[in-house]
Design a protein around this ligand. Sequence first.
Ligand code: PLP
Length: 369
Amino acid sequence: MTISAPQYIQDIAPYQGGKPITELAREMNLRVEDIVKLASNENPLGISPKADFAIQEALLEVAHYPDGNCFELRDAVSKKFAVAANQIVFGNGSNDILELAARAFLTKDCETIYSQHAFAVYPLVTQSTGAQGVVVPAKQFGHDLDAMLAAITPRTKIIFIANPNNPTGTLIGKEQLYRFLQQVPSHVLVVLDEAYDEYLPAEHKSEAISWLSEFDHLLISRTFSKAYGLAGLRVGFALCHSQVADMMNRVRQPFNVNSIAQVAAIASLADGDFVERSYALNQAGMMQLKQGFDHLGLEYIHSYANFISVKVGNAAEINRQLLQNGVIVRPVANYEMPEYLRVSVGLFSENEKFLTVLGQVLEKTVMTS
Ligand SMILES: *Cc1c(COP(=O)(O)O)cnc(C)c1O
């Protein structure tokens, strides 16, 4: 083929998602119902019953285009988070938000900054514009904010921070984050990705939305994919300065959030009970996994999200054997963590099956090595 993409596009390593259950079933000749997937930080409770109802109704209307401005969802988000309607941008998942920020503000002469072990989409959206990503070494798997400040140059345009971070689950404290924002020059947009905020206990929940009036260069990204369980529908949003929102809306596809996703998101926002149940299940499941790891003598990184990264040694080999036994988790070698596996917190029975199979696999691996 003689059609060539620019070098910076050719250099992009494609994103690798969690292996779908149906794919493993085909590969290993397993039954779908015998497979446990704890690989994509999905909500094991599914979705809110209210969202379910709204989806059924909206299915009757799919012949129509969605509302390109998400009027009703915008109103719901505006009220819930006490931000003006023109400070909200909706995305086809929050990955879309990350990409809109990159497309609106980056040129190939710009730099972005993100941490080692940070979410894989930051380098992807950076590289797709031809800009240069600057990786700052992590400190005990978490963000080293002082080093990130020191990495800022006149070319820096965006700093990406996930809080909590995926795949490490580490959290930056509120005071630290606030001081950081005070020190970032006003020409640099800080994209604060809070995909897992709903999983934080009350004392750790983000207060960044209340900082928006103070920091014009702050963008907060949220998603319906995690605690709200709507990963398959793809809807997320940004809260930011109205002029930042305006620029992002100019590069946004006019109908980037579909009609089913819009009504499901509205219904989900109104179902605090479902989020509470999801939070409680996650707390219990996290405890179960940590106790299981302690029992197996495994180290792990303390996590504030709905997943945990555990140190298993030869993670590629352990992962291969877990797959053979119908357990899908996430190897994180591409995050420079070749000895770790990232495990999403599932239902009690799913966590149990994972821990049992992991124990068997580890025992076998020790005996044969
Ligand atoms: C899962 C995740 C998201 C959410 O992506 P969506 O596109 O909203 O599904 C965003 N940021 C981080 C850090 C994540 O782990």
